[in-house]
Design a protein around this ligand. Structure first.
Ligand code: ADP
Ligand code: MG
Length: 381
C-alpha cells in the first residue's frame, strides 16, 4: 500500500542553521505516530514543512505519493492534511454545535468532489461528531463556557469535520487536568481508527497512554523509532534527555521540591537525607530499573536547589499530599540516628509542622501516616 507520508533527506536551514538535518521518515496509512524529542529538536519545524508553512531547503515531502514542493498551505490543507495548533482556535461566541456546523459546511462548500476524491476517513455528521468528542451535553453552550480541555476536544472535532486523511496534533494536553488528558487521549485513540495521526507531545504519561510507534527527534534528525518500551530503554534516548528535560513531570518535580525544602530548612542537607529522598522517590517514580539509576542522578541535581514550600503545596491531590507528608516525615527522621533518644532537628521540625498545616490533612490521617513511617523504619533497622 502507498505510504501516507514519506520524507526523504529533508533539510531546513534558517540562515545556515539546520533546524532539520537529513531527516527521513515514513508512515503507513491509518497509523498513529507519536513524535517526541527535547526542546529545539525540530518537532514544530517538522509539522511546518508538512503543512507548507516552511519550505524545505533540500529533500522532499510526499503525501500519498504526491510531492508537496511549492504548494501553498491552503492547497496542502485541501489535499487532506489538517493541523491542530497548541492553543484552541474556536469561535467563543458560537455554540459547540455551531462551531462544528461551521467547520463541516466550510469543508462541504470549499471542497468540491473534484478536490476531495473519496477518502478513507468517513464524513461525519455534526451529531455523531458531538458524540465522538464527548460534548453532547454541552452542544448548545457557547464555546466560551467550555473548560480548556473541552475546547481542545471541540477544536479536534472541528478539524475532523473537514475530513482530513492525515491529522497533525501539536501538544494537545499541555496545561490540561489529568482527567481531561485522559479524555483527549481516548478521543485521539478513537480517531486513529479512521485517520492517520501524528501527535507531538512532551507529557510522557500521556505518550504512554496513546503510543504505538514512537519517533524520537534530536537535532533535526530521527534518533530512533520503536515502541514506547524500546525507546525508553534506548541509551541514546536516555542520554539525549539527560540534562535537557527532566524525566519527572511537573507534578513529581513539585513533590520532590517540597520534601527537599523540608530537608533544607535547617540550612543544610545531610547526606543521609539526600539518600532517603533519592532512594524513595526513584522507587516511586521510575518506570523501570534502567530508568531508576538515571533518575537518581537527576534527583541529586534537583536537590541542590531550595524553594519556598508555600508556593508548592497548592494543586496537590489527596494521594500526593499523603505521599509528601510521609516522605517529609521520613526525611526529618533520617538525620537522627537513634529516634528513641535524639530529638529531631528543631528547624526541620518547625518546617515539618508548617507543612502539616499547609497540607490540611485531617489529624487522624497525619497520625496514621507518621505511624506507618515509624513502623517501616523500625522493620528496616
Ligand atoms: P521543537 O518544536 O522541537 O522545540 P523547533 O522546530 O521549534 O523545535 O525548532 C528547532 C530549532 O530551529 C530551534 O533551535 C529553533 O530555535 C530553530 N528555529 C525554528 N524556527 C526558526 C526560524 N523561523 N528561524 C530561525 N530559527 C528557527
Ligand atoms: Mg515546538
Amino acid at each position: 500500500m502507498e505510504k501516507i507520508l514519506e520524507i526523504e533527506n529533508l533539510i531546513v536551514s534558517f540562515d545556515g542553521f539546520k533546524a532539520l538535518n537529513q531527516l527521513n521518515f515514513h508512515m503507513e496509512p491509518g497509523e498513529l505516530r507519536v513524535i517526541i524529542g527535547p526542546n529545539g529538536a525540530g518537532k514544530t519545524t517538522f509539522l511546518d514543512v508538512i503543512t507548507g508553512k516552511v519550505q524545505p531547503t533540500e529533500g522532499r515531502v510526499l503525501f500519498k505519493g504526491r510531492n508537496l514542493r511549492k504548494l501553498k498551505e491552503h492547497s496542502i490543507a485541501r489535499l487532506g492534511i489538517g493541523r491542530k495548533f497548541q492553543t484552541p482556535r474556536v469561535y467563543l461566541n458560537l455554540t459547540v454545535r455551531e462551531n462544528l456546523d461551521l467547520a463541516y459546511n466550510r469543508q462541504k462548500n470549499v471542497f468540491s468532489t473534484l478536490f476531495n476524491p473519496t477518502t478513507a476517513s468517513d464524513r461525519r455528521s455534526t451529531a455523531s461528531l458531538l458524540e465522538t468528542i464527548g460534548l453532547v451535553p454541552k452542544a448548545d453552550f457557547p464555546a466560551d463556557l467550555l473548560s480548556h480541555g473541552e475546547k481542545q476536544r471541540l477544536e479536534i472535532g472541528m478539524l475532523v469535520a473537514q475530513s482530513p486523511d492525515l491529522l497533525l496534533v501539536d501538544e494537545p494536553v499541555a496545561g490540561l487536568t489529568d482527567e481531561e488528558t485522559e479524555n483527549v487521549g481516548a478521543l485521539l485513540l478513537a480517531l486513529a481508527e479512521s485517520h492517520s495521526l501524528i501527535v507531538i507531545e512532551h507529557d510522557m504519561e500521556f505518550v504512554r497512554q496513546i503510543a504505538r510507534r514512537v519517533t524520537v527527534l534530536h537535532q533535526g534528525s530521527v534518533l530512533c523509532e520503536g515502541s514506547m518500551d524500546e525507546i525508553q530503554n534506548d541509551p541514546r534516548v536516555i542520554e539525549v534527555y539527560l540534562g535537557q528535560k527532566p524525566s519527572l513531570d511537573a507534578h513529581q518535580l513539585k513533590l520532590l521540591r517540597i520534601v527537599a525544602a523540608i530537608a533544607w530548612s535547617d540550612g543544610s542537607l545531610l547526606p543521609e537525607e539526600v539518600e532517603v529522598i533519592v532512594q524513595r522517590l526513584s522507587r516511586v517514580f521510575a518506570s523501570n530499573t534502567a530508568n531508576r539509576e538515571h533518575l537518581q542522578e537527576e534527583l541529586r541535581d534537583y536537590l541542590s536547589q531550595t524553594l519556598p514550600i508555600e508556593d508548592l503545596v497548592t494543586e496537590l491531590s489527596d494521594r500526593e499530599r499523603e505521599l509528601v507528608l510521609k516522605l517529609s516525615y521520613e526525611v526529618i527522621g533520617s538525620s537522627v540516628r537513634n529516634p528513641e533518644e535524639a530529638p529531631v532537628n528543631e528547624a526541620e521540625a518547625a518546617a515539618y509542622q508548617r507543612l502539616v498545616a499547609l497540607l490540611k490533612l485531617p489529624p487522624a490521617v497525619v497520625q496514621t501516616l507518621e505511624n506507618a513511617v515509624r513502623n517501616e523504619k523500625l522493620s528496616i533497622d
